[in-house]
Design a protein around this ligand. Structure first.
Ligand code: SF4
Length: 321
């Protein structure tokens, strides 16, 4: 088995809550609480969970947009949170982040050709004589017309803007792309086109992805392994086939019950969870899911379930498994 490209080990990201005149820390929002992920070259890891589960904070902490509280993030063996700013800058092209709304990361006054090319120039990966040709090449690879190179971001549709976001990441020739809800804001037909673009680029470039989504049906088409997060913690991790065929955690079962089956006549029993996800400021004791779990027992509110391997590298945190 090849060496891991990315290893996230027992990552914790807590945000302090400050109160009073003295701005004292009175508690913490435990956005990410003991999360581990391994991604090997060419693999796609899907990270799923409801809004507020902490999955986006995992992505932001990996690329150091947010500081970690504890744990380690190893990229090609290098501890990202221990690197100097110069070393981080050197490694940055290899590790790219794509956002849900690429429009917010595009300067409305900069033409898209310049927006894509500036990263190449900034990192010394091109020069004034070649950058335009490199940008044209990546525009074509991402299904965009080279005739649009001098257009401004507002002249593109949502799907085209996401292609621009992908082109901006790909032009740096990264090893890993962290894509945070990259298709959530798009129509279903456009979603399929963008997912196919991700797949095609992976096949051509041997890329790895950390694909963050609230939607299991989206990650199903792209991911080798899937991790399910609830309230900052990983509750289940397995290969895609294992997770879809044999989900073990009640939260995963509930998420999967909402995924439509390919044959409309077949129906899964729908598990509707009661209530909203609790606040990460004051999470429930014991199993964090016990306030919404249809199968909760007395022990569930008293003891934190151990996150353990249930066989075949299928990990789960539930007292019933
Ligand atoms: Fe439900 Fe208990 Fe399992 Fe938590 S530990 S998921 S509450 S059965």
């Amino acid at each position: 088995m090849s060496e891991p490209l990315l290893e996230v080990k027992r990552l914790k990201t807590y945000f302090p809550i400050k109160k009073g005149l003295l701005n004292r820390t009175t508690g913490y929002v435990k956005a990410v609480d003991d999360v581990s992920i391994t991604i090997r070259p060419g693999e796609t890891f899907g990270l799923v969970g409801e809004s507020g589960s902490g999955k986006s904070t995992v992505g932001r902490t990996i690329v150091r947009l947010t500081d970690k509280t504890d744990g380690q993030v190893l990229f090609k063996g290098a501890d990202l949170h221990a690197l100097s700013p110069q070393d981080i800058r050197r490694i940055r092209p290899r590790l790219q982040l794509i956002f849900q709304d690429p429009y917010s990361s595009l300067n409305p006054r900069i033409r898209i050709g310049d927006a894509i090319g500036e990263a190449l120039l900034d990192h010394g990966l091109s020069d004034a004589g070649n950058v335009r040709d490199q940008v044209k090449e990546i525009l074509e690879a991402c299904g965009l017309s080279v005739a649009h190179i001098d257009r401004f971001p507002h002249e593109f549709s949502g799907g085209q803007r996401q292609r621009i976001g992908i082109a901006r990441a790909l032009v740096l020739n990264p090893d890993l792309i962290i894509a945070d809800e990259p298709v959530s804001a798009l129509d279903v037909s456009i979603q399929a086109q963008i997912i196919n673009l991700f797949k095609r680029q992976q096949q051509q470039r041997g890329l790895s992805y950390l694909f963050i989504s609230h939607d299991l049906s989206v990650v199903e088409h792209l991911c080798n392994r899937i991790g399910v997060m609830y309230l900052g913690s990983m509750v289940e991790t397995a290969s895609r086939d294992d997770l879809f065929r044999n989900p073990l955690h009640p939260y995963t079962k509930a998420l999967l019950s909402a995924v439509p089956l390919p044959i409309p006549k077949l129906k899964r029993e729908r598990i509707v969870l009661q209530g909203d996800i609790p606040s990460p400021v004051n999470p429930p004791a014991g199993c964090k899911f016990h306030t919404r779990c249809p199968w909760a027992q007395e022990v569930c509110s008293q003891q934190v379930p151990e996150y353990r391997n249930a066989g075949s590298d299928h990990w789960v945190a539930c007292h019933l498994v």
